[in-house]
Design a protein around this ligand. Structure first.
Ligand code: ADP
Ligand code: MG
Length: 339
């Protein structure tokens, strides 16, 4: 048994800016497992953004097109349980040789191995064996490899050896496409303005989007009525709290200026004053993270800076966050007060 869920395919995985790199790498691997440069493939991103779906789509594709390939999907948690059981029953050798026979090994949610030294050590050996034999390894994680605290350095560096791609929050266009596709799959037609309303209101993750669609369908059939704007509004009111609390660039600037005790106008000015540069970079970082604005329009709101300055600012903060716990904490704090 490969533990794959056949429902997860490329056909029903919507491609968008938020997942393009990961999807195309996954698709390339699906056609040539083990022989692309993407080995291992590490997909990371927050909850409900499609990690499990994407890596299982790769697994299903390979399984369906190469009957002779042994594809194995396993959660990191299950791997650990099997490993511990094998020690308990004195069958570690069997455990190792089983994993070393796999052609395509997919491990979901490796962040769970943080601090689990023995599991990491064992996986390190399996990894090296498979990788050396040009077998495909695919992993997911809820954060970037460099942010995996409690993971051995040598393992972290293996994780980064192939391609690392992140899945981001779906943008408006992708959310719209996902809603349309899900409804189509259920054979349900709804007016475009309702789809638009839903896509605008639910900007967290795909799992939540699906949850809302399921509730909507349930409401519609319970009340024997069509899914219209009214029903959509009522349903959302009951499940998504503060559904219309969108973070705007103004609130980002207010909160950041307030925190650093500077004027909002300093953030928006062209000034290169030292006291303003760092808060401005933080505000740019948060604006990119929490709003839908493009780099260009973010630059516009910060004294008409060009998009490369914005990229530089965001990169600076993102690097600082990985190296400096204090700054990471500040950013997290600002972020949660904005949400
Ligand atoms: P994760 O593993 O990142 O937490 P999942 O893969 O479980 O997320 O995805 C959550 C739900 O959203 C699943 O039902 C999945 O099918 C769906 N989903 C996620 N991304 C997409 C996408 N791009 N297109 C279609 N469905 C998606
Ligand atoms: Mg998952």
């Amino acid at each position: 048994d490969s533990y794959l869920n056949p429902a997860y395919t490329f056909d029903n995985f919507i491609e968008g800016d938020c997942n393009r790199l990961g999807r195309s790498a996954g698709f390339a691997i699906a056609q040539n497992p083990g022989t692309t440069a993407f080995n291992p493939l590490m997909i990371y991103g927050g909850v409900g953004l499609g990690k499990t779906h994407l890596v299982q789509a790769v697994g299903n594709y390979i399984k369906n097109n190469n009957q002779d390939k042994f594809v194995l999907y396993v959660s990191s948690e299950k791997f650990t349980t099997q490993f511990i059981n094998s020690i308990r029953t004195d069958s570690l050798r069997d455990f190792m040789s089983f994993y070393m026979q796999v052609d395509v090994l997919i491990i979901d949610d490796v962040q769970f191995w943080a601090g689990k030294e023995k599991t990491q050590e064992t996986f390190f050996h399996i990894f090296n064996h498979l990788h050396g034999a040009k077998k495909q390894i695919i992993m997911t994680s809820d954060r970037a490899p460099r942010d995996l605290q409690g993971m051995q350095d040598r393992l972290q560096s293996r994780f980064k050896q192939g391609l690392t791609a992140d899945l981001q929050q779906p943008d408006l266009e992708t959310r719209t496409a996902i809603i349309q596709k899900k409804l189509l799959a259920e054979g349900i037609f709804i007016e475009h303005n309702v789809i638009e309303y839903l896509a605008h209101s639910i900007n967290t993750n795909v799992r939540e989007l699906e949850g809302v669609i399921v509730s909507l369908m349930a409401q519609a059939s319970l009340n024997r009525r069509e899914i219209d704007l009214d029903l959509a509004r009522n349903t959302l009111r009951n499940i998504v709290i503060d559904s219309d609390k969108e973070v705007t660039i103004d609130t980002v600037q207010d909160v950041v200026a307030d925190h650093f005790k500077i004027a909002v106008s300093d953030l928006k000015s062209k000034s290169r004053k030292k006291e303003a540069v760092f808060p401005r970079q933080i505000a740019m970082f948060l604006a990119k993270d929490l709003t839908e604005l493009s780099l260009k329009s973010i630059g516009y709101h910060f004294g008409g800076r060009d998009h490369s300055t914005v990229i530089h600012g965001i990169q600076t903060i993102s690097d600082l966050c990985s190296n400096n716990p204090q700054i990471r904490e500040t950013v997290e704090k600002l972020k949660s007060s904005l949400k």
